[in-house]
Design a protein around this ligand. Structure first.
Ligand SMILES: [Zn+2]
Ligand SMILES: [Zn+2]
Length: 254
């Protein structure tokens, strides 16, 4: 069946969540069999919602069992890691889908620097297990907020990776994406800075772009976090603007 015939069926049957929609989904997977977002193998034998094959998923490492209760830093026997002791957090918790190593690291680099936007689906999906983290139990969100890129960087890359990941998450969670923040100025990469320099580097870096009604619970999204300083700076702006609560999710933790 030609793709334009498929498009015609979309027009005739509509795209609401009903029997025709299920029929269209079936037709789509017949016409365009799903492939693993990493290695390209056929996913025909897997769950239709799966975007990576099992051998590729086996190369992605889940977060360690014992982690800091706020920033998810790996550690043993304490509630807060040394990075969080005495720190003023503006967000409740940062949850992450996996460790920033192995295939996850490779895919994130292909996504950002290789500009492979198709990876928004498998990488977005890697965040879903993180949302079942017990630290988020009972929490509900009103909107998803991507961490912004500086406009110059976004022009160079042609997209903001956090915004694409937010779109994927929004499909799963049925939540709106709100672009509430902008990056005021270029910042140096945070990696390699100590805590004081990280904070100074991000001072005043983010600004609110739009208003919102108070008592809103927001889920911040980024691709990778290390110490959580960027996420905390974004959360600070959102909380000052009247948000009720901010939590954050990233694909991976470095
Ligand atoms: Zn694969
Ligand atoms: Zn911590």
């Amino acid at each position: 069946m030609a793709p334009n015939l498929y498009a015609g069926l979309v027009v005739i049957l509509g795209t609401d969540d009903s029997v025709p929609r299920k029929l269209l989904k079936g037709l789509r997977s017949l016409l365009y069999p799903p492939h693993c977002g990493s290695c390209g193998c056929s996913l025909a034998e897997y769950d239709p919602e799966q975007t990576l094959c099992e051998p590729c998923l086996a190369k992605i490492f889940p977060p360690p069992g014992e982690i800091c209760k706020v920033c998810s830093h790996p550690m043993r026997g304490l509630l807060l890691c040394p990075n969080c002791e005495g720190r003023l957090w503006h967000l409740t918790v940062i949850v992450t889908g996996c460790r920033y190593e192995g295939l996850a690291r490779e895919l994130i680099q292909r996504f950002k620097y290789g500009r492979d936007q198709s990876l928004m689906r498998p990488l977005g999906d890697l965040m879903m297990p993180a949302l079942r983290d017990p630290r988020l139990a009972g929490k509900e969100f009103d909107a998803i907020v991507p961490v912004p890129l500086h406009p110059v960087r976004e022009r160079e890359r042609e997209f903001n990776q956090a915004a694409l990941l937010s779109l994927r998450l929004a499909q799963h969670l049925n939540l709106p994406v709100m672009h509430l923040l902008k990056r005021n100025r270029g910042t140096l990469p945070q990696a390699g800075f100590d805590r004081t320099r990280r904070l100074r580097n991000l001072e005043g870096a983010f600004e609110l772009t739009g208003g919102f009604d108070g008592e809103i619970r927001l889920l911040l999204v980024d691709d990778v976090t290390t110490t959580g300083t960027t996420l905390n700076s974004c959360a600070s702006v959102l909380m000052q603007a009247g948000a009720d609560e901010v939590c954050a999710v990233t694909v991976a933790r470095g």
